[in-house]
Design a protein around this ligand. Structure first.
Ligand SMILES: [Mg+2]
Length: 136
């Protein structure tokens, strides 16, 4: 199972605050999928990777240490460019462009997209941590 992670609106509520349970969520993801977790965020785009710098002020030091396990991804216009549709995956994001939706539909992978809405549910990562932990 590949895991694709956005940052803004998923791990961070805004520029100054992590999402509730962001540490638990990242730790659970990397415990379960230490070798198949990828960034899918504008903070890792076109060869640049500012993910650790962006997250470091807001997460626990033990979580920051784990971030080196998360692999970089390559995408241009669409985040779906980075997704390997031959593999099972989960993609966590707070946003989905129409063209990305189309690509997911074309690949019959819409259910593998997890829409994170921290405005609606500030504790959503607590639930998703349980989902990750109970995944086969
Ligand atoms: Mg986002």
């Amino acid at each position: 199972m590949n895991i694709y992670l956005d940052i803004d609106g998923v791990l961070l509520v805004n520029e100054t605050h992590a999402a509730n349970y962001a540490d638990d969520f990242i730790q659970a993801v990397l415990e379960k999928y230490p070798d198949s977790t990828y960034w899918l965020t504008t903070h890792n785009w076109k060869g640049e990777n500012r993910t650790k710098a962006v997250l470091a002020p807001h997460l626990k030091p033990e979580t920051i240490e784990l971030l080196d396990r998360i692999k970089e991804s390559e995408w241009g216009e669409l985040k779906t460019d980075a997704i390997d549709f031959d593999q099972d995956f989960l993609w966590f994001d707070d946003d989905l462009w129409p063209a990305e939706l189309k690509t997911l539909e074309k690949n019959e992978a819409l259910e593998q997209f997890v829409m994170v809405d921290l405005q609606k549910d500030p504790d959503m990562l607590q639930k998703l941590t349980q989902v990750i932990k109970s995944n086969a």
